[in-house]
Design a protein. Structure first.
Length: 289
């Protein structure tokens, strides 16, 4: 299990836990369920499907692992050995923060209000309580190579955690990487790469976070980058900012990514922030309720 050390001022119970939420591997030889029996102790579920897809002569067996621990991945590498090729095609990298409902809601609010997903052309949408950035269709239907998903209404299961009924829920954000190109872009080309993957560094570099200035200053920046009047009143700037914030909100939640997709000129004018600062902002938001 990988636990990130955040700023000293952040309570230890808010430290993120990292892991693989889901993994799909194709092997070039058939692997029986009996050979993989030992893995069941180190992941929450394991599915084995035999069969060769069309035009894929090197793919004979599909393995799907759910919430595998690092030990599970090491055991799998040992079972497959050097004779069986493991072709990774889909990985979900997850970050969980188990906390009270108030903290989960606050963290979701500040996260969505600050995050920008680089190289993602899609906007965030909300579906059945989960926020998605990217096409979330199935693997066989040609989904985006990189999809971000966020929810706050389930207990953490990564690293083979098996929460009891009624266990505290978590803030869960995951990056779904589909296809060799997307995986390689994040440094995952083999099972060994995933075993030694630096989750903390990944979450520090894969997303960007920005801070909005006061609404009046935001209105000025919007006027400057969108061709508005630079000699308008503070009231006019305030109204411009409020319209912009409302336009790029989902159910009252401002979405920074969507806003910057529509107003790309603004991005270089905003100050960046980091995960530790988001945690502090979430705690302050709770105190303001």
């Amino acid at each position: 299990m990988t636990i990130e050390k955040t700023a000293v001022s952040c309570c230890s119970r808010y430290r993120p836990i990292h892991g693989v939420d889901r993994l799909t591997i194709w092997t070039d030889r058939t692997v029986s369920e009996a050979e993989l029996e030992e893995l069941h102790e180190h992941c929450t579920d394991l599915k084995v499907k035999h069969g060769q897809p069309k035009f894929q002569a090197n793919r004979k067996c599909k393995l799907e692992l759910f919430q595998p621990s690092r030990e599970c991945l090491c055991l799998l590498r040992q079972i497959l050995g050097a004779e069986i090729n493991a072709d990774l095609t889909y990985v979900e990298l997850a970050r969980d923060v188990t906390s009270t409902k108030a903290m989960r809601m606050a963290l979701r609010s500040v996260f969505l209000g600050a995050v920008k997903v680089p190289h993602q052309r899609s906007c965030f949408i909300k579906y059945e309580g989960t926020y998605y950035c990217g096409d979330r269709r199935s693997e066989n239907d040609g989904r985006d190579g990189c999809v971000l998903a966020l929810y706050t209404d389930r207990s953490s299961k990564i690293n083979n955690a098996r929460p009891e009924a009624g266990a505290m829920k978590c803030f869960h954000v995951e990056l779904r990487l589909s296809g060799k190109a997307a995986l390689a872009k994040h440094g995952i080309r083999s099972l060994d790469d995933l075993i030694h993957f630096n989750h903390k560094q990944h979450w520090q570099t894969s997303l960007k976070f920005y801070v909005l200035p006061s609404k009046t200053e935001l209105g000025r920046l919007l006027a400057a980058c969108c061709g508005g009047r630079m000699d308008a009143s503070d009231t006019a700037y305030l109204k411009r900012a409020n319209r912009w914030l409302e336009k790029h909100s989902l159910d009252g939640q401002f979405i920074m990514h969507n806003a910057l997709k529509a107003t790309p000129e603004l991005e270089r004018r905003l100050a960046q922030t980091d995960w530790s600062s988001l945690l502090e902002s979430a705690k302050k938001l709770i105190q303001s309720y």
